[in-house]
Unconditional design. Structure first.
Length: 326
């Protein structure tokens, strides 16, 4: 009993201490401002979870720059409402919604198939959607929810769209895959023989593991693309502590405290989107420069990150097996 309690308590303590540290750093730093970005006319972007929060701000800004943006999400009503708001602000915005449930491998395959049939380019893929601190549960395919939605679902989506990203990057700036991770990756632990958190479940540990997995995936994908000479860059992004609905699964006392603190000290979704957009549009700004780990509006680590190379490779290979990919 004590071992199980320690397993649940320790990840929570680590995550909340990290949150306090991040919040303090944000308070001492200047507000994030998005630099002037080049027009994206003729470019196509997919943003998962683009109906609200950071994803919505990314979609809104890309549409304002002239990109054709596709919101991939579960909630059609939310997605259509987002489109209505964006088109109300920018009459010429080209934004649409496509059903995508990252907790369902079938839904991901169907989304990718529908997109490929349209024969559109794909210049930017923003893996933004996610869950945090959800109660113990499984996806449609039996994966722990944080691991399945935040990591495996985006892994599969990227894999299925990779050929389109490569083809689109052959003319003009290279294509870009942006995975929205978190500073929580730094206190995460990958347990390769228990990726589904079956032995002991801690929502805090599962969330941190999924964010570390995203960072490892992003780094390994960047190295694979660089080694093959493919015109695709991959980067992971930490948007900081942002006032979004992601905190809805906190226990009631913490939720009330977070609600009050967030209004005063958290970044706005627009500020959180600034780092995501800087990473996504970096190839257009800097030629073929891209990839790495981004935070606070800039690239903080190159693709030669400190992540354990053997762990990256092992997780990559296990993920391919779990998803039934070659």
């Amino acid at each position: 009993m004590w071992a199980a309690l320690r397993f649940r308590l320790l990840p929570a303590v680590k995550l909340y201490l990290l949150g306090f540290k991040v919040l303090l750093a944000q308070l001492l730093s200047k507000p994030l401002r998005l630099p002037v970005m080049p027009r994206q006319d003729g470019k196509v972007a997919i943003v998962t979870g683009g109906g609200r929060g950071i994803g919505y701000e990314v979609v809104r800004h890309l549409a304002r720059l002239g990109a054709h943006v596709i919101i991939g999400g579960r909630d059609e009503q939310e997605g259509l409402a987002a489109i209505k708001r964006i088109c109300g602000d920018y009459k010429e915005a080209k934004v649409e919604f496509e059903k995508l449930d990252l907790a369902s491998l079938q839904s991901i395959h169907q989304f990718a198939e529908r997109f490929k049939k349209r024969d559109l380019p794909l210049n930017i893929l923003v893996n933004n959607a996610g869950v945090m601190l959800v109660p113990e549960g499984r996806t449609e395919d039996g994966f722990e929810q944080h691991f399945g939605v935040n990591y495996l679902g985006h892994f599969l989506l990227t894999w299925l769209l990779l050929d389109t990203l490569k083809d689109s990057g052959k003319s003009g700036p290279v294509s870009c895959v942006v995975s929205v991770s978190s500073s929580a990756h730094s206190v995460g632990k990958i347990t390769l023989n228990d990726l589904n958190s079956c032995q002991h479940y801690s929502a805090h540990a599962a969330y941190c593991q999924s964010k570390l997995a995203q960072a490892l995936f992003s780094c390994h994908l960047q190295q694979e693309m660089h080694r093959d000479g493919s015109p695709v860059v991959s980067c992971a992004v930490d948007p900081g502590m942002v006032d979004t609905a992601l905190y809805q699964h906190l226990c009631t006392p913490l939720r009330l405290a977070q609600s009050l603190i967030a209004r005063l000290f958290f970044r706005t979704p627009a500020e959180g989107a600034a780092t995501v957009l800087s990473a996504a549009l970096s190839p257009a700004l800097n030629g073929d420069l891209g990839g790495g780990y981004w935070a606070n509006g800039r690239r903080e680590m190159t693709s030669a990150s400190p992540f354990d190379s053997q762990l990256r490779l092992s997780l990559w290979e296990i993920s391919l097996q779990l998803l039934g990919l070659q």
